[in-house]
Design a protein around this ligand. Structure first.
Ligand SMILES: [Zn+2]
Length: 320
């Protein structure tokens, strides 16, 4: 079983909520199966006057940008931090930077491997006369974002009255950063750890081995509160992260056991592991199994034997 998830009521869109002494949140009206009630843009610093940082300006949505700018009216935005380049996180950065003059910070542009995989999926879908995936889902990306300042793991970003330690946390996407706010022992976890749902790890740029390593790494850290981009805060992070790890390890064992009986393709593994799953969710389950298989392949534990059209999704997989 996955861990017990945390829920919250839909927040009031377009207004700012004070969630802790140093942190305010504005939620964008972009609810979806990837974003829960929407993207939470965090403003860090005193609530009036002085300097502030913004974590994940959010999607390209004029109303959201206006709400964020209203929230920081009369203050100086010194840092625009970007956890990663999915379309619900970084696109508003440019507009907010333009309006405030703030410096943008991120690990780097949208990863080439993610772009290539997305374009290939769109090409295949069009070839088959199917609807290609949407440009605002987790498979797509913000191809325009380029950080002013490239942030590496362990960098400390100092503001007036606040300091963040950056943690490079690839897994969900290779350019993912978390930001640990020292003053409140709080980590802004982006999509790396979310309370309302597990994290999708879209291979090949998404990497389950990296994801798990970066979950384990959190267990040794002192932060007691996580503020994900989507959904409520997590205030007991260690047992929660442990449950996330155990859930993936259980899946890994199940898939390895299935392959031990002979070569298998993804649909047959989904049928065996996700008994009773609604047909609409088979594709998502298949993507999760695929992420596990790619991780096993990268660790030298499994190999793909492509069938006729060299599509990994249709390959038979076996233990190596
Ligand atoms: Zn994301």
């Amino acid at each position: 079983m996955p861990p017990e998830f945390r829920t919250e009521d839909a927040p009031p869109y377009g207004t700012v909520e004070q969630v802790s002494p140093l942190v305010r949140r504005v939620v964008a009206r972009n609810p979806s199966k990837f974003t829960y009630h929407g993207t939470g843009t965090f403003i860090v610093g005193p609530a009036s006057g002085g300097q502030v940082a913004i974590v994940d300006a959010g999607p390209a949505d004029d109303d959201h940008v206006a709400a964020v700018l209203r929230a920081v009216d009369g203050q100086q935005v010194t840092h625009l931090l970007v956890t990663h380049t999915h379309p619900d996180h970084s696109p508003a950065t440019a507009a907010v930077a333009k309006a405030t003059g703030a410096t943008t910070f991120g690990f780097g542009p949208h990863p080439p491997e993610a772009i290539a995989a997305h374009d290939e999926r769109v090409r295949r879908a069009l070839e088959k006369g199917e609807e290609p995936e949407s440009e605002d889902g987790e498979g797509a990306g913000d191809r325009d974002f380029v950080p002013d300042v490239v942030v590496a793991d362990g960098d400390v970003l100092d503001g007036d009255g606040f300091a963040f330690e950056a943690l490079h946390t690839p897994g969900h996407i290779s350019n993912h950063l978390c930001f640990a706010l020292r003053e409140e022992a709080t980590t802004f976890t982006g999509d790396h750890v979310m309370g309302w749902s597990t994290t999708v790890v879209p291979a090949p740029d998404g990497d389950l081995n990296h994801y798990l390593a970066n979950l384990r790494r959190l267990l040794d850290r002192p932060e007691a509160t996580y503020r994900p981009t989507h959904g409520p805060a997590i205030t007991d992070p260690v047992p929660y992260v442990r449950a996330l790890i155990e859930h993936r390890e259980m899946r890994d064992h199940q898939i390895a056991a299935a392959l031990a009986e002979g070569p298998r393709d993804i649909p047959s593994i989904v049928d065996e592991l996700y008994v009773g799953l609604h047909e609409d969710l088979h594709k998502a389950a298949g993507a999760s199994v695929y992420a596990h298989l790619v991780a096993m392949q990268r660790a030298g534990r499994a190999v793909a034997e492509p069938k006729d059209d060299a599509d990994d999704w249709k390959a038979d997989w076996r233990l190596s």
